[in-house]
Design a protein around this ligand. Structure first.
Ligand SMILES: [Zn+2]
Length: 220
């Protein structure tokens, strides 16, 4: 199967792949994100709106809105969705209908259902194998939140599973930077695509060129 993100690969070196609008818990409308991306010299942005199997808003209206706003801008874009991982089987919280509509799908961990490193790793592996998945969003969130100690080897397994599945790893501005174990594993993995995301909830938080450079410098 072909992952949807591959279509956007040429732009990912200068892109912001995670942001949220007023359709969910953000404070800015799509128009403001396009303006800010132009000001910051960002080539490509992903609207990664929170989604559930039963959404709290009309995703198709949201998608239309972004396309309307994007038609006025030089910035390239995709209308994606961020869905939480529901279980160790890697099911994610999005309907097949909306997964078809979303142009990039980020999976993330927002519920404390994975008590051990082994269960977390299994959930990541299966979520990555989920045919809808494109990006492991904010990978430094869950283990820090849950105070889960993870070794470089634990991370090597996860990164290898992402690379094998053809799913991207996100460097995310809102959560802690990867620690030294994570950086060491990140620098050894091959064939893993990295993306950068602000996780902005208002347009002023979009990534700047300096912030993208700082993420890049974490890798050798
Ligand atoms: Zn998230």
């Amino acid at each position: 199967m072909t992952r949807k993100w591959l279509k956007y690969k040429p732009y990912l070196h200068n892109a912001d792949c995670q942001m949220h609008t007023m359709y969910t818990d953000g404070k800015s409308m799509p128009e403001a994100y396009f303006k800010q991306a132009e000001a910051n010299g960002i080539e490509f942005i992903v609207f990664s709106e929170h989604i559930r199997k039963v959404p709290t808003y009309d995703f198709l209206k949201f998608k239309e809105h972004v396309y309307r706003a994007g038609a006025q801008s030089t910035v390239k874009f995709a209308v994606g969705a961020e869905a939480k991982v529901l279980n160790e089987d890697g099911d994610i919280d999005i309907s097949n209908e909306l997964a078809n509509e979303a142009e990039i799908i980020l999976f993330s961990f927002h519920t404390p259902n994975f008590p051990t490193v082994a269960s977390y790793q299994k959930a990541i592996r299966n979520a990555a194998l989920n045919p809808w998945s494109d990006v492991f969003a904010h990978p430094t969130c869950y283990h820090n939140w849950q105070n889960m100690a993870m070794t470089k080897e634990d991370w090597a397994i996860i990164l290898n599973d992402l690379a094998t599945a053809g799913v991207c790893y996100e460097f995310n501005k809102k959560y802690p930077l990867p620690n030294e174990n994570e950086i060491a594993a990140l620098n050894e993995i091959r064939n893993l695509q990295f993306v950068f995301g602000s996780d902005a909830h208002e347009s002023g938080n979009l990534l700047t060129q300096n912030e993208i450079d700082a993420f890049r410098k974490l890798l050798k």
